[in-house]
Design a protein around this ligand. Structure first.
Ligand code: FAD
Length: 408
């Protein structure tokens, strides 16, 4: 089954390009430059050939395929030379499609990569002063310095803004951190933990780059996850952990500054939600085109087509929303409510889409080897992290009405 779309003036699109067109009927991809598309093609080829064959096995074993980390880093997709001529920064739109491509293959890989390229990098670029950015950014872009973002705590998830309990006490040129963090993704592979902690002196939230092997830091992997099984999430204990002042991110001086980071991070997760839909849709379409019942392919039945249309419509509408969000960000427009709305809405569509994908694959849809099961399960974590639907909805509701409906 094919969907006739993608009238490109480029001659003879490759099979890979036609496949891309199948999940991008309105051709949002055409908004990318040729150079940006070329970077994404390199990523897609790597994911198809090197990553895809490993996914079902590693997902089932709940292990991360660490052998992919170096090759992924070597693709140099954070600041590729082709996109950074004359010191230009890659566009948000390119970064969004990079998240889309990763999540279209696997949500755990996307989460790992974006932990470095999105969460940790954003924390440093928005939170660091000029000297810190100059010192660390090249190392972050090359993965020589890896890190994760540690905000959530066991007793404070949605109410982290007011509740954050990890403490920071200044003692001369040093800070002493105490507290516990929860759910911190890929921390076991990271050199640094970007830890948000409340300054005992002024009660404000600050951020520190804590070397993961500092005395007093203890990581425990959270077992038994049914979603994003490949990602290793950690509980982190911080007991009298010492950090020097030059590892405090100088421009993060309140939770408002943390919220500024979340604005950008949430947009990235909205792109994941679109990518997961694309991956689930493609896997489902392939299956129903091949599987025969009542003497013909499932794809020929009206009710199966109804599901396919719902999936593709959800995906296309989600892409439209995140594309426009990134275009706005490329023009310097960053608003809490925009990224909150995109994150909440695309994740709701994602839940519908992966459920439809699972449904049309029948019993085989719960087998990890058929991919839709992996997308179906992994969607649940994406639905929750970077702010739940309820919390992001409250952010948008506050923007609409001017009234905060948060409990406090
Ligand atoms: P809770 O806050 O306990 O909420 C439970 C439910 O109550 C939710 O449905 C919520 O929406 C609802 N609720 C809460 N308050 C209200 C209200 N006022 N009105 C209506 N409903 C409400 N954090 C990090 O810092 N770094 C990471 O790398 C990271 N990675 C993660 C990876 C995974 C796989 C997961 C699952 C989480 C990760 N998180 C991370 C944490 C994530 O951001 C939190 O799980 C999320 O913010 C929700 O917090 P919670 O789980 O404590 O849920």
């Amino acid at each position: 089954m094919t969907i006739a779309t993608h009238t490109s003036d480029r001659s003879a699109p490759s099979a890979q390009e036609r496949l891309y067109a199948q999940c991008d009927p309105l051709d949002y991809e055409a908004l990318l430059t040729d150079a940006e598309q070329e970077q994404l093609r390199r990523l897609r080829t790597f994911l198809d050939t090197e990553a895809k064959p490993l996914l079902a096995d590693y997902w089932e074993r709940a292990e991360f395929p660490t052998q992919l980390i170096q090759p992924l880093a070597a693709l140099d997709l954070i600041t590729p030379a082709a996109l950074t001529a004359n010191g230009a920064a890659p566009r948000s739109l390119y970064e969004g499609f990079r998240n889309f491509e990763l999540a279209r293959t696997d949500a755990s890989l996307a989460t790992y990569y974006n932990g470095q390229s999105g969460l940790f990098r954003t924390t440093v670029t928005r939170g660091g002063n000029e000297e810190q950015i100059r010192r660390w950014l090249p190392l972050i872009d090359s993965f020589e310095m890896t890190g994760v973002f540690a905000l959530t705590e066991p007793d404070h998830g949605s109410d982290i803004a007011g509740g954050l309990a990890t403490s920071a006490r200044r003692d001369g040129d040093r800070w002493i951190l105490n507290g516990t963090k929860r759910w911190i993704g890929s921390a076991v592979f990271a050199d640094y933990l970007a830890v948000a902690a409340r300054d005992e002196a002024d009660g404000q939230v600050k951020a520190f780059l804590v070397k993961a092997d500092t005395p007093g830091v203890e990581l425990r992997t959270i077992p038994g996850k049914m979603s994003l099984r490949m990602v290793q999430n950690s509980d982190i204990e911080l007991n009298n952990v010492e950090v020097t002042e030059d590892f405090r991110l100088a421009r993060i001086n309140s939770f408002t500054d943390i919220a500024d980071l979340l604005r950008s991070m949430r947009s990235g997760v909205a792109w994941f939600a679109a990518g997961v839909q694309a991956g689930a849709y493609e896997a489902a379409l392939k299956y129903v085109s091949e599987r025969q019942q009542f003497g013909r392919p499932l794809a020929g039945f009206q009710m199966i087509q109804d599901h396919l249309v719902t999936m593709l419509s959800n995906l296309t509408a989600s892409l439209g929303m995140v594309v426009r969000l990134s275009q706005q960000q490329d023009q310097g427009v960053y608003r809490d409510q925009d990224s909150a709305m995109a994150k909440a809405w695309t994740c709701s569509r994602m839940r519908e889409t992966v459920a439809a994908a699972r449904e049309v694959v029948g019993g085989n849809g719960i087998l990890v080897e058929n991919h839709v099961a992996r997308f179906f399960a992994d969607a649940e974590a994406i639905y929750t992290y970077e702010g739940t639907r309820e919390i992001n909805t409250l952010v948008v509701g506050r923007a609409i009405t001017g009234r905060s409906a948060f409990a406090r």
